[in-house]
Design a protein around this ligand. Structure first.
Ligand code: PXL
Length: 280
């Protein structure tokens, strides 16, 4: 049977992030994907100014109430960028209405990067997102978000495997089965992830060569590929390897094309590869 997902993120009209990434990626992976926008922005808040922002909090529970009457449960619930910390309570309410015991709850606590929170985030976000992580099966914070979630100072000057292992274990203690921390590097030439599951004692690290630059939306691209892999039955390590490969490839294609990086990466070009790899 075809799998069904519901993705709950903002719509940024321009800039290739959140729902404009999650929907095409999951669709290309053969997943029937429903979307609920948490906010509507003209662009993402990364490298643009003057963007519009409409908080859609008042829509979330009415939408979930209606969808719950359809008796069509989702195989995955994928949450991402939220309009405020207060919205977490509403997203938990959506989970109550739309998830069953079998639903894969996949939380990307998308609220910061490079040691800082995104522009529009309020101070309640880390503690509120921690509640969402507790409810999740799989969480995919980047290193910045992992540190905020755990009230740990961001280690701007480098860190050890033991530091990352400690973060992984403390995130696992919040409740999820799988933790994937992105944006991990032990040398300037690499970037990668730490994967920790309940079934393993030490985190598994996976790396790819790092490109110089800031690549907006790649957290969303990576997370969407990872969920696509998981929903197609891949184990967490295999789905993560797939997501790293395809995100790396999308960045490489984007750099060749010479487009301004604030418009995100050309993930569209690797969607055929996603499909092919999911068939193997
Ligand atoms: O990619 C994360 C993201 C999602 N949505 C909005 C953002 C960002 C990152 O800056 O600004 C609106």
């Amino acid at each position: 049977m075809q799998k069904r997902a519901i993705a709950v993120h903002d719509i940024s009209c321009v800039g290739r992030c959140s729902l404009t990434v999650a929907l095409p990626v999951l669709s290309a992976a053969g997943v029937e994907t429903s979307i609920v926008p948490t906010a509507l922005l003209s662009t993402h808040t990364g490298e643009f100014t003057g963007y519009t922002h409409l908080d859609l909090s008042d829509q979330l529970l009415p939408i979930a109430d209606h969808l719950s009457t359809l008796n069509r449960p989702f195989d995955a619930f994928y949450s991402g960028y939220l309009a405020s910390g207060a919205q977490v309570e509403l997203v938990l309410g959506m989970m109550d209405r739309l998830c069953t015991q079998e639903t894969l709850v996949f939380v990307d606590p998308a609220f910061g990067d490079h040691g800082r929170m995104y522009s529009l985030m309020d101070d309640s976000i880390p503690a509120q997102m921690r509640r969402l992580c507790s409810r999740a099966n799989t969480i995919v914070p980047n290193l910045t978000e992992a540190c905020y979630l755990l009230q740990e100072p961001y280690p701007a000057d480098g860190y050890t495997e033991a530091f990352v292992a400690d973060l992984c274990n403390r995130l696992l203690a919040l409740g999820p089965q799988n933790v994937v921390i992105t944006d991990i590097a032990f040398s300037p030439r690499q970037t990668g992830v730490a994967i920790q599951s309940r079934t393993i004692t030490e985190p598994v690290f996976q790396f790819r060569p790092r490109f110089e630059g800031v690549f907006h939306g790649t957290g969303d691209v990576f997370a969407s590929f990872l969920l696509a892999g998981l929903m197609n039955g891949s184990a967490i390590e295999n789905a993560t390897a797939l997501a790293l490969d395809l995100t790396h490839e999308a960045i490489a294609i984007t750099l060749e094309g010479g487009q301004p990086l604030r418009y995100g990466v050309q993930f569209e070009r690797v969607l055929p590869q996603l499909w092919q790899r999911l068939q193997n």
